[in-house]
Design a protein around this ligand. Structure first.
Ligand SMILES: Cc1ncc(COP(=O)(O)O)c(C=O)c1O
Length: 419
């Protein structure tokens, strides 16, 4: 599409948008009756209006039934985690028994590393992307130490080439091949939190499979943002959070994917608790742990029903909209943002760089704007003018127009404010 830099054109795009009605399903933050331009769905997604109703269902059942709600609530709490598998499996390209909703992201990453980072002799290294999110890095470092090994020797970073910010697929593949006899695990994000780069997970997966190396993914910035095909990509395990693009509320519940090839591998070391035990015998209170097959066998504790009710409200929206349509709009919306930013940058003597890949197949909805002088001041000014975005040290403003609730007009207004 040939874009134009005008409010009229942006409004025209909104008018033609087949998903435009979805914005009405969300609460848009506002002050004194004026809506903010919310471009921060990469950090915390907005509240679906249906959250209140879903929460009320559980609060009412709790009030009326007490403990009986475990079996007799409208959605019996005992089986609560089952109610999410279909929607999540669809979002990530997996089978229903390969996913379970539970815990928080870094907790789940630790659980997955316990099972899938199994150093063996000189095969004891983990390949990670440069600029990995710190929480993931901390988990990896500690897991290596738990094996009595030295993180400095066991972590290999895939780095961008000199003068570049993002990683090239051929360099990642080459790094895996160079270290193939020493790698126990390749642990990457699908979308990097800082640059917004969407990695070629299919190619990385093929390489790992060919060389017999476990492949783990952090989907925090990818789930609900881009189309994912974990089974096709041969991913061994993955985890994510639900408070970003999945709009399920601050600290919302996470989930894991475990490839079915590991479903019945009960010899894999794992942490245990009664919720991971075979459902048929769980309440017979057996003395020894007998894990369920599939991802559900990695559960430890019973489901946090109240926070998961919010997740339910949000996933119903994704079921209705579908990732294909969302991604189609997202590419257009972010493409329009990129077009306007590039125009602005050349008109103002390149006062900022976009560090996110230019090719839409290599990114999700987020663009990372690397500011030059006075970046923090610019960020504070746009915040004052009613934009909610986020600042990442030392010099990056991340903006993420989300296809479920952002408008083309907002994108246009945001770039206009950069004056
Ligand atoms: C890539 C990534 N990993 C880990 C985390 C930490 O998540 P949690 O606090 O849910 O463990 C975040 C949070 O934003 C993240 O973006």
């Amino acid at each position: 599409m040939k874009f134009e830099n005008s409010l009229l054109f942006a409004r025209q795009l909104d008018k033609q948008d087949p998903l435009k009605s979805y914005r009405n399903l969300f609460h848009i933050p506002a002050k004194n009756g004026k809506e903010f331009i919310y471009l921060c769905g990469n950090s915390l997604g907005l509240q679906p209006k249906a959250v209140e109703k879903q929460l009320k269902i559980e609060l009412d059942d709790w009030r009326k039934l007490g403990v009986e709600g475990h079996l007799h609530a409208k959605r019996p709490w005992l089986y609560y985690h089952h109610f999410f598998s279909k929607s999540i499996a669809k979002l990530i390209g997996a089978k229903e028994d390969e996913v379970v909703v539970m815990n928080q992201l870094t907790v789940n990453l630790n659980l997955m590393l316990i099972s899938f980072y199994r150093p063996n002799g000189k095969r004891n290294k983990i390949l990670v992307e440069a600029n990995e999110f710190p929480s993931d890095f901390y988990a990896i470092e500690q897991q290596i130490k738990l094996h009595g090994l030295n993180p400095e020797e066991c972590i290999i970073e895939a780095l961008p080439r000199e003068g570049e910010v993002t990683l090239r697929t051929e360099d990642i593949v080459a790094k895996i091949e160079q270290n193939k006899d020493e790698l126990a695990l390749v642990m990457f994000s699908a979308v990097n939190y800082y640059t917004g780069q969407l990695f070629d997970c299919a190619e990385i997966g093929r390489t790992c499979q060919r060389l017999g190396i476990n492949y783990g993914l952090d989907l925090a910035h990818a789930i609900g943002n881009v189309e994912l095909k974990l089974d096709d990509w041969g991913v061994d395990f993955a985890t994510w959070c639900s408070y970003k693009y999945l709009n399920s509320g601050p600290g919302g519940v996470s989930g894991v994917f475990v490839n079915n090839k590991h479903a019945k591998n009960f010899d894999l070391p794992r942490l245990a608790g009664w919720w991971g035990n075979d459902e048929k015998t769980r309440f017979k209170m057996p003395k020894h742990f007998a894990p369920q097959p599939g991802a559900a066998g990695w559960q430890i504790s019973n489901a946090p029903v109240l926070s998961m009710a919010a997740h339910k409200a949000s996933l119903e929206i994704f079921d209705k909209a579908g990732m294909k349509a969302l991604r189609k709009k997202s590419e257009l919306l972010t493409g329009y943002l990129e077009f306007l930013l590039k125009q602005k940058s050349s008109a103002h003597g390149a006062s900022f760089n976009l560090i996110t890949p230019v090719n839409k197949k290599d990114r999700g909805c987020q663009l990372s704007i690397q500011t030059k002088a006075n970046g923090k001041k610019l960020f504070e000014k746009i915040t004052k003018a009613g934009v909610i975005a986020d600042w990442r040290e030392p010099d990056v403003i991340r903006v993420a127009p989300v296809p479920l609730y952002n408008r083309f007009e907002e994108v246009w207004r945001f770039v206009n404010l950069l004056n």
